[in-house]
Design a protein. Sequence first.
Length: 357
Amino acid sequence: MTPELHRIRAPWLAALLLSACSHSQDPAPTPAPITGLQTLTVAAPSGGLGRPWDGVVEAVQQADLSAQTSGRVVAVERDVDDPVSQGELLVRLSAVEQQSGVNSARAALRAAEAALVEAAATHRRFVELSERQFVSQSQLDQVSAAHDAAAAARDAAKARLAEAGQQADYTTIRAPFDGIVAARHVEPGESVAPGQPLLSVFAPTALRIEVSLPQSDAQAVRQQPEARIAFGDGREVAAADVIVFPSADPATHSIKVRVQLPELSPWPLPGSTAKVRFPAVADAGYPLLPRSALVRRGEVDAVYVLQAQQLSLRQLRLGAERGEQVEVISGIAPGETVATDPVAALQALQQARAGAR
């Protein structure tokens, strides 16, 4: 049965459908039969891929690189969308204060080492004198304690030098992995403090989407861990891996499912949306039409339907796009015939109406 025509929202569509009624007092002439159009018969759905679940693409490896020491930005070596390699220098901060700390700690270490050398020599001398009983045991104990204190002071000086060196290393920010610069937060000349963001980097080779499913659906996906992902650019791919979390959210009682994306070129941008479908929770599906057969004006989608050699323009409610085809939720039924070229269909309809006058 042909679905009832939906309410027409666009003036152009209303004018086209009602033009035959402009002379209400005279019987409407019958348009000439329309032949020769390229058409297709709407096929019955072979089974759906399940309802679409909206998700957001996120990077598995993503790092917000922040300053770990105070300083002034001397140089930013990479900008947004630039590729980077692991260990590559990205941002350089001024190191005057940090280098001064390194020099001071190095000098303190040299002094501590010299004091330890002197304390060690004194200790050896007192040990020899003690063996010959020229000094008392208490004097030897005092010298031993002084030697131990000098050794501890040397170790503390080493630790301070290592800390100062670490602070100096913090003035050079390097890429933690191979990736792409996603955001830049500073410019040369700016002063930064510890914790202030500098750059954001992500690895495009490892992307994923997480969606929340009802417990019954999640259990079905656990038994059949497969998924397909549809992106806004029309691409549709199979998931590389599907992981169902072992516990439910205590607030929503839903279970999170992580869908790992395969390596794609070009890769979808982190933060962009996608639709995920799970065959394990498939629905009955919808008929599919080629996008080239659709007539689109603003928010109205329609198609030319051929019935008894007569054309009519019928409004549709569309679902998800699948490559070059699109789901038709309502407005068309399996077995009906539609024109595949809407421009040729409009011309044929105009000629048929002109011939009937």
